[in-house]
Design a protein around this ligand. Structure first.
Ligand code: DOR
Ligand code: ZN
Length: 348
């Protein structure tokens, strides 16, 4: 006898989520993008790769205040500030910033790995004092996990980083909390799964939704260029498996990284996808395709706070099954999914 398929829900209510990795920029761009994040997320881990980067507690506090001033007062949003690690970074500065509640975490950019990373770390041996301090005080280390060796193929840079740097880091600092940010490969998924509870990862909407084919579909698509670069479909599948598995080591981090359209539609375009305005809609699409809508709440709202040792948000947000068309442009920026229709709509 045939059984009726389970009815598909037309509303999805989840605990209010957080974004554990976002670029809010500064100045006019901050004002243009911050409310897209604040509308969907209660808190966000804000990346420090400004010009100049956020490398002191004083600069972190000032940036936090500029973000707060730019947020629509009707929205309840808490920016969580990160410190940009540089060679020789004193552990004291991190401990002070963390102790004063300014810095939630610190970000390791290998020097020249990506946008505004020129002041990044040239060798993890140069941040021993910082890492020892962070391990001692329980301050998470957030890692852009790519080698910068120009001889390593760009599609292999994350996997090679695991071999050359991350494995040793986890061995040498076994109690250090590490978030392997915006993972893009099956190797990264396997590494995080095999590590202890101190190692977790964020996964972006774009690395879940598309693979590197999309970057070249009918021509070159600069708005889909990000770093770490999109990988082949086998890796996309591994990421989708990890995100929708219910494993608490994997949680939401959009890596929303706006650049004005002119900076992407050019001979040497910037890396970054601006996905904040439809972030939850995009994740909901992926989770629905995987038959795992019931696991979206854990990924979006529970696993991150548990890892960071922060309270769960109170309150809920609702998505309804009403098609929404993503605009071709929002201000000067082309959003991820531009021109596409998404099945779930965030209604707050
Ligand atoms: O695509 C990216 N854009 N990857 C990064 O790591 C940095 C970001 C940015 O700041 O534009
Ligand atoms: Zn990022």
């Amino acid at each position: 006898m045939m059984t009726d398929p389970a009815p598909t829900p037309d509303q999805l209510v989840i605990r209010r989520p957080d974004d554990w990795h976002v670029h809010l920029r500064d100045g006019d761009m901050l004002a243009a993008v911050v409310n897209a994040t604040a509308r969907q997320f209660a808190r966000a881990i804000v990346m420090p790769n400004l010009k100049p980067p956020v490398t002191t507690a004083a600069a972190g506090a000032a940036y936090r205040d500029r973000i707060r001033a730019a947020v629509d007062p009707a929205l309840d949003f808490t920016p969580l500030i990160t410190c940009y690690l540089t060679d020789g970074m004193p552990g004291d500065e991190l401990a002070r910033g963390h102790g004063e509640g300014i810095f939630t975490a610190a970000k390791l950019y290998p020097a020249h790995a990506t946008t505004n990373s020129a002041h990044g770390v040239t060798d993890v041996a140069h941040i021993r004092d910082a890492l020892e301090t962070m391990q001692r005080i329980g301050m998470p280390l957030l890692i852009h996990g790519e080698v910068t060796d120009a001889h390593v193929d760009i599609f292999d840079r994350e996997a090679v980083f695991i071999e050359r740097t991350l494995t040793g880091l986890v061995r040498d600092y076994p109690a250090l909390k590490i978030v392997f940010e915006h993972i893009t490969t099956a190797e990264a998924v396997a590494f995080v799964e095999a590590s202890g509870p101190e190692v977790a990862a964020t996964i972006t909407p774009h690395h879940l939704a598309i693979n590197r084919n999309a970057m070249f579909e009918g021509g070159i698509r600069p708005h889909l260029y990000c770093l770490p670069v999109l990988k082949r479909e086998t890796h996309q599948r591994a990421l989708r498996g990890a995100a929708t598995s219910g494993n608490p080591k994997f949680f939401l981090g959009t890596d929303s990284a706006p650049h004005v359209a002119a900076a992407k539609e050019t001979a040497c375009g910037c890396a970054g996808c601006y996905n904040a305005p439809f972030a939850l809609e995009s994740y909901a699409k992926t989770f629905e395709e995987a038959g795992a809508l019931d696991r979206l709440e854990g990924f979006a709202s529970e696993h991150g706070p548990a890892f960071y040792g922060l309270p769960l948000n109170q309150g809920t947000v609702t998505l309804e099954r009403v098609a929404v068309t993503v605009p071709d442009r929002i201000g000067d920026v082309v959003p991820f999914h531009a021109g596409e229709s998404l099945a779930w709509r965030f209604i707050g």
